[in-house]
Design a binder for this molecule. Structure first.
Ligand code: ADP
Length: 644
């Protein structure tokens, strides 16, 4: 007996002890595995001219309610003993751990398929699971068996044809702590319903065979039973043979008017392993130079690993009824990587996966899909704001990153899809909405980096902008400012005649504001500011009297291309951007009482002035939402001042 790897064991424990109410999903997972295995063999046959016909493939379900055995067999690609071990025993993938984490959060086993551990759902309903498999082209067959907790065995066995049979020894209803209805999984009508509900679109026939009770008379041992269930011819006489359970018509091949919303939703959830309904379904049928059908879904939430390395974008690609690729990356741009779905086309692809990448017709489809997705998202934005905001909450970073990473090349596609919080309105607005609401004399689109509207409102630099009646966009995500630097300007007109530039409220130079009146004489100030600059050294590029502050004593102003927020983001990146620094100037409000104090100290007590300078600088950083640069120096300056 071999032990499961620790991670696999954890998933198994979840399955075995599951009190999950939708245990029925196990059937869908096993049928989906069977269908995938057939896809693989059919694809191989086309590629290598093996001459297998699509009509020869099938999935058989047999139910023996007396012996409580349910089997799911396919004549697909099968598995060698190594593959049985790798795929069902040790599962080296990180999927199992991710699954465990996700389950702790959502408690919904329905998502199991996302993690590449769907097979284990069999243990929700079975005491024992056996997998008899013969790889295509191999002589030997192997049987993998496990009762879950202890481990698994793999032994040599016999099997007539290539493919896999999963044998489930269905749990008994009695003796369980929680009342369950395992019996129903052996029942003809339940099986029919489940196949209809979850697997109707599977493109291979799914047949059901009920094994009659009187089969018992043979007194066969358990292992023989299993072999019997494989050998269709032997049992054909004794059993009632049923028709094909699934319609085999993929949903995307049906007329749109014949499909209900809930059918689309069920298909999406089953096929793409989500437990939430999608926000939008895009079903398009294009005929012309290129013929294709696309069925795409905009999810309501990001997949668990969406922003991680293990996420793979892509659409399923079918040509002429053959699934060519599980995830064709070429069909979808990175910035719409959250879209899931499939494309079915009649273009003759020279099946090899490499050629898919360079196919000009596929590129054309991809470009059409990009336009289509954009227009559907805009439609959502205009006509169902609440749904769009749900979407935006999940994927805004992706859209903004799309602008940044292409150095602005994709900005025309994405610019009208992005939104930021408006400080005046405290809600998300688009750039179009911002510009439409701009005051006549307003020169710039103002933005500020921070965590909340309240924080920005409290920022000294925001005071004059807001007092002038101008709105400020709140940038909360790391990527925001990087993306905006790529956009540079926004215009309502396509020719960019009236384009408005973006301006950080912390930028130096002209902010396009009417200056507050200053009563202070400035002629003798430079000696004071020079002294403070000297005290602060490299921390600031300049110290000066401010023309923009009203009530706050100090603020930091950005002088170069790198903002303070960008400095923070760049420094947090792994490839050591330590040397990248934002150039900032410290501005002091000459009308603030502190200013008189500073002047006084400059005349009478330069040592104390140094402590003041240190405290004011750190305070300006804190207001910006930055961390204290030199905590120990600040602490000692504060204590020195308190002790005076
Ligand atoms: P997933 O199907 O998401 O990868 P599973 O846990 O359901 O995860 O299955 C693990 C692997 O076992 C599959 O990727 C496949 O390689 C193999 N497998 C499962 N069922 C079959 C089958 N009926 N025929 C061939 N291979 C199978």
């Amino acid at each position: 007996m071999k032990k499961f790897k620790a991670e696999s064991q954890r998933v198994l424990d979840i399955m075995i002890n599951s009190i999950y109410t939708h245990k029925e999903i196990f059937l869908r997972e096993l049928i989906s595995n069977a269908s995938d295995a057939i896809d693989k063999l059919y694809y191989k046959s086309l590629n290598e001219n093996l001459g297998l016909a699509k009509e020869d493939f099938k999935i058989n379900i047999t139910s023996d309610s007396e012996k409580r055995i349910l089997t799911i067999s396919d004549n697909g690609i099968g598995m060698t003993s190594e593959q049985l071990e790798d795929n069902l025993g040790i599962i080296a993938k990180s999927g199992s751990l991710d699954f465990k984490k996700a389950i702790e959060k959502s408690d919904d086993i329905n998502i199991i398929g996302q993690f590449g551990v769907g097979f284990y759902s069999a243990f929700m309903v079975s005491d024992k699971v056996e997998v008899i498999s013969r790889a295509y082209g191999a002589e030997d067959a192997y049987i993998w068996s496990s009762t879950g907790s202890d481990g698994y065995d793999i032994k040599k066995t016999k099997k007539e044809e290539a493919g896999t049979t999963v044998v489930l020894h269905i749990k008994k209803d009695e003796g369980n702590e929680v009342a369950e209805d395992y019996d129903s999984f052996l029942d003809e009508y339940t099986i029919r319903d489940l196949v209809k509900k979850y697997s109707d679109y599977i493109r291979y026939p799914i047949k059901l065979t009920l094994i009659k009770d009187d089969k018992d008379e043979n007194n066969a041992s358990s292992e023989d039973d299993i072999k019997d269930t494989q050998n269709q011819e032997d049992i054909e006489k004794d059993e009632k043979d049923f028709d094909i359970l699934n319609s085999m018509i993929p949903i995307w091949k049906k007329r749109k008017s014949d499909i209900t919303e809930s059918e689309y939703f069920e298909f999406y959830k089953n096929e793409f392993h989500d437990f939430k309904d999608p926000l939008r379904v895009i079903h398009t049928n294009v005929e012309g130079a290129i013929n294709y059908t696309a069925l795409l879904f905009i999810p309501a939430r990001a997949p668990y690993n969406y922003y991680g390395k293990s996420f793979e974008k892509g659409l399923k690609l079918y040509t002429n009824n053959v699934m060519i690729m599980e995830k064709s990356k070429e069909l979808i741009p990175d910035f719409f990587g959250f879209v899931s779905g499939l494309v079915d086309t009649d273009i003759t692809l020279n099946i090899s996966r490499e050629t898919v990448q360079h196919n000009s017709q596929l590129r054309k489809i991809a470009s059409n899909l990009e336009k289509k997705i954009k227009s559907e998202l805009l439609d959502l934005l205009e006509n169902d704001r609440e749904k769009y905001e749900t979407f935006y909450d999940q994927f805004s970073v992706q859209l903004k990153y799309g602008i940044y990473e292409s150095f602005g090349a994709n900005k025309d596609v994405l610019i009208d899809l992005i939104m930021f919080k408006s400080v005046q309105n405290d809600k998300l607005i688009t750039l179009k909405e911002y510009v439409n609401a701009m005051k006549e004399d307003q020169k710039y689109i103002y933005y500020a980096c921070g965590n909340s509207v309240a924080q920005i409102k409290a920022q000294p630099q925001a005071e004059l902008v807001l007092d002038s009646g101008y709105d400020i966009l709140l940038f909360t995500d790391d990527v925001d400012e990087f993306a905006i630097k790529m956009i540079e300007k926004y215009a309502l007109d396509a020719e960019y005649k009236n384009a408005k530039e973006f301006k950080s409220i912390s930028a130096s130079g002209d902010l396009g504001l009417t200056k507050p009146e200053t009563t202070e004489e400035k002629s003798d100030d430079s000696t004071l500011t020079d002294f403070i600059k000297e005290t602060l050294g490299d921390k600031v590029s300049d110290v000066r009297v401010s023309s923009r502050l009203k009530n706050h004593p100090v603020c930091l102003i950005e002088e170069g291309d790198i903002s303070m927020k960008m400095e923070k983001v760049l420094q947090s990146m792994p490839n050591n951007n330590d040397k990248i620094r934002a150039k900032v100037a410290l501005e002091i409000n000459a009308q603030h009482p502190i200013y008189l104090k500073l002047k006084n100290l400059f005349e009478n007590d330069k040592d104390t002035l140094k402590e003041y300078a240190a405290v004011l600088y750190e305070q300006a950083r804190l207001i910006e939402g930055l961390s204290i640069e030199s905590p120990s120096e600040l602490a000692s300056s504060v204590i020195t001042l308190l002790a005076k």
